[in-house]
Design a binder for this molecule. Structure first.
Ligand code: RRO
Length: 310
């Protein structure tokens, strides 16, 4: 039974990756992922310069998942680009380089730097961070997405994926797909956290995060049905050349199976990877293989996108 997958010409020995932001901010953490069963790693979203991020407490685990308002703490693009240049393709591991500029100009500046570097892997343009004070999530503004992609593909000739926020209205699926289908995008990654949720502690009668009055992005069990809907909704609308990374609520082999049925080519694990560390890739690989064995499937192609309707 094979768990191999690919996005265009990029081959993944295992369909599982970490999700950007979780245990991937330092070269030590990234190296640990590359040495694990995962098919590669994604780097913490980078800004042009290093950032401290928001004030603490800025992340809280709950029985059903987690809420975060990290505010893009990262070591800056130079740091992650160097790691990506040195490790991309080594031992058949993919390194996906995630970037999240605070403006169109910052994103274009980073794409120029990547274009001019020796990095030859996938770049993930994060248009969906919910936690920057005073900024809205770019990918909820469809004209802004068209504008940034038009400017990017003017000069950027390497392969790019787009990290999307969750959408909740079918008309939004139509609109974002119409924009994305205009461009030679390698993949979309659905979903980022569900932005601006609120966890309340009834004992202390308080919010649990300091930034933004306690509002933050939700991950974990809270988000799986929304993630599945976004993977499925976009698979039905995007041109076939655009692959999909399914992210959201994965903590078991069954969750991966469901994401792939909805059309995911590769999947990423965020919240649960935070809870379990790299051993989760072994456990979930084993669980997924057990499900496939029971059903007589030998490759992910046997069931990818084949979700039935009633
Ligand atoms: O750093 C963050 O606060 C953060 C980012 Br950039 C993101 O894309 N998604 C998220 O939940 N948190």
């Amino acid at each position: 039974i094979s768990l191999k997958a690919n996005i265009g010409k990029y081959r993944f020995n295992n369909v599982l990756l970490n999700a950007a932001g979780i245990r991937c901010a330092t070269t030590d953490e990234l190296t640990k992922i590359l040495r694990s069963t995962a098919g590669g790693c994604v780097t913490k979203s980078a800004t042009p310069q290093p950032r401290e991020g928001n004030e603490s407490p800025r992340m809280k685990a709950t029985p059903l998942g987690c809420i975060n308002s990290m505010g893009l703490p990262n070591h800056g693009l130079d740091y992650y680009l160097k790691f990506a240049e040195e490790n991309q393709g080594k031992n058949d591991n993919q390194v996906i380089l995630s970037i999240a500029g605070l403006s169109v100009d910052q994103n274009l500046e980073m794409l120029h730097q990547i274009q001019d570097s020796s990095f030859d892997g996938l770049t993930e343009l994060n248009l969906s961070c919910p936690n920057i004070k005073g900024e809205s999530q770019i990918a909820y503004d469809f004209e802004a997405v068209r504008d940034i992609l038009t400017k990017a593909f003017d000069f950027f000739t390497k392969d790019i994926g787009i990290k999307l926020p969750p959408y909740f209205d079918l008309h939004q699926f139509d609109q974002i797909a119409d924009v994305l289908n205009e461009f030679p995008i390698a993949y979309v990654n659905s979903i980022n956290s569900i932005g601006n949720g609120l966890i309340v502690n009834p004992e202390t009668e308080s919010v649990v995060l300091k930034p933004k009055g306690g509002f933050g992005g939700l991950g974990g069990d809270y988000v799986k049905p929304t993630a599945l809907a976004n993977v499925r909704g976009l698979r039905l609308r995007l041109k076939p050349e655009i692959a999909i990374i399914g992210t959201g609520g994965i903590k078991s082999g069954r969750d991966v199976f469901e994401h792939i049925l909805c059309g995911a080519n590769v999947v990423q694990i965020g919240t649960a990877f935070g809870f379990e560390d790299v051993k989760i890739f072994d456990r979930i690989s084993k669980e997924l293989k057990e499900i496939m064995a029971e059903k007589g499937y030998t490759s992910l192609d046997d069931f990818r996108g084949k979700l039935k309707t009633l």
